[in-house]
Design a protein around this ligand. Structure first.
Ligand code: KG4
Ligand code: ZN
Length: 357
């Protein structure tokens, strides 16, 4: 089956065409992402109104490009999927309304995808990872450890008490006068800095529950930066390296606690999976690889371009839902807030007609 996916929840306008083969494996036929970074850079963050207008201006063209590059016309598409939240509501409305219009005109099923569910299922597109697996969802808006037990069956094991992990990177970049988005900039600076120059805390370390907190780390970093200001290039690199090292240590410790909880509640996971924009960070990928090795399970880390927001993950989540007969009606509402553990579970059973002969 072939699904068109549309993503407009934040500052990427994206569309993709993905095929789900009969054996359940995925194939990306096209994946077009237009980042609005330049439009927001001057403001040091995403401006919702600018984002929504930009989505309106370019989405039609992006969808046409995705179909064109895939060499697929709309009549060969089996369903239209769009991210229906969570995210900036103006953008979500643009993407979902466009998907509804296409679905109505072409008389195809509509699938309203949870953006977090799409991140969560990407490992099955890239690696056909079997359920259940332990997911570390690390993005600009979320920091969660989840048990992914099936399509629509997500149990939250841990979350953040304050900032999301990507948000902590972004705010650190802003404090130090680096560009937006901050994560990649902090990583670039950290590469030539000294990670042990500044002694920063590792919040929540050694706690039995697996939750995260970043506010204490941010405060400590700000105080260190204020103490050495005005900052030289070397100071900025050392602050970034020290910050990133603290985050890496926290990720290792919290995921170890999370895996312990996973085993106790859900049995052995098939893999440790990482998703979301922060999963593009090489230092974080390396520490997760170390942890997965120690825990004797594979690490599934999709390529960076499938970790950050994209249309392929929406199309794939749509295909996984379509395969289970989970489609939506045209009156489905866009949602600014939509926690993953509130996504409707895959109810009912599929008919096994092959065996009924
Ligand atoms: O998943 P995503 O593209 O958007 C959502 O938040 O849903 O994640 C974006 C976040 C931003 O906070 C960005 O700074 C962070 O991911 N990020 C990174 C890196 N690349 C993106 N953080 C650390 N290191 C990176 N290389
Ligand atoms: Zn995202």
């Amino acid at each position: 089956m072939i699904v068109l996916g549309i993503e407009t929840t934040c500052d990427e306008t994206a569309a993709a065409v993905v095929e789900r083969q009969a054996d359940g494996r995925g194939r990306i036929l096209s994946n077009i992402v237009l980042s609005q970074t330049d439009a927001h850079a001057a403001f040091g963050g995403v401006v919702p109104e600018i984002a929504a207008r930009a989505h309106v201006e370019v989405l039609d063209g992006i969808v046409a490009e995705a179909l064109g590059q895939a060499g697929v016309s709309l009549d060969r598409v089996d369903a239209i999927a769009a991210a229906a939240g969570p995210g900036l509501i103006g953008g979500v409305i643009v993407g979902l309304t466009t998907a509804k219009a296409i679905a109505m005109v072409e008389n195809k099923p509509l699938i309203a995808v949870n953006h977090l569910e799409a991140h969560a299922l990407t490992a099955r597109l890239t690696d056909a990872t079997p359920f259940p697996y332990c997911l570390f969802l690390a993005s600009g808006g979320h920091t969660q450890i989840l048990a992914v037990r099936g399509v629509g069956d997500y149990v939250r094991i841990a979350t953040t008490m304050d900032d999301a992990i990507g948000e902590a990177f972004d705010k650190t970049a802003k404090l130090l006068g680096l560009g937006y988005p901050g994560g990649p900039q902090v990583e670039k600076e950290a590469a030539h800095g000294n990670p042990s120059r500044f002694a920063l805390p590792r919040p929540m370390q050694h706690r039995k529950e697996a939750d995260f907190s970043f506010s204490g780390l941010k405060t400590a970093l700000r105080l260190e930066a204020e103490a050495v200001a005005p900052l030289s290039d070397g100071d900025v690199a050392d602050l970034c390296a020290s910050f990133q090292q603290a985050v890496v240590d926290v990720v290792y410790d919290r995921l170890r606690a999370g895996l312990r909880i996973f085993r106790a509640q859900h049995g052995a996971p098939s893999a440790l999976v990482v998703a979301g924009g922060v999963a593009a960070n090489q230092a974080i990928r390396i520490v997760l690889q170390t942890l997965a090795g120690e825990e004797k399970m594979p690490l599934v880390a999709p390529p960076p371009e499938l970790c950050t927001d994209n249309g392929a993950m929406i199309a794939w989540a749509g295909a996984e839902r379509l395969a289970l007969g989970l489609t939506d009606t045209l009156d489905v509402a866009p949602k600014a807030r939509w926690p993953l553990d509130e996504v409707a579970a895959a109810r009912g059973r599929k008919l096994n007609t092959a065996a009924y002969k």
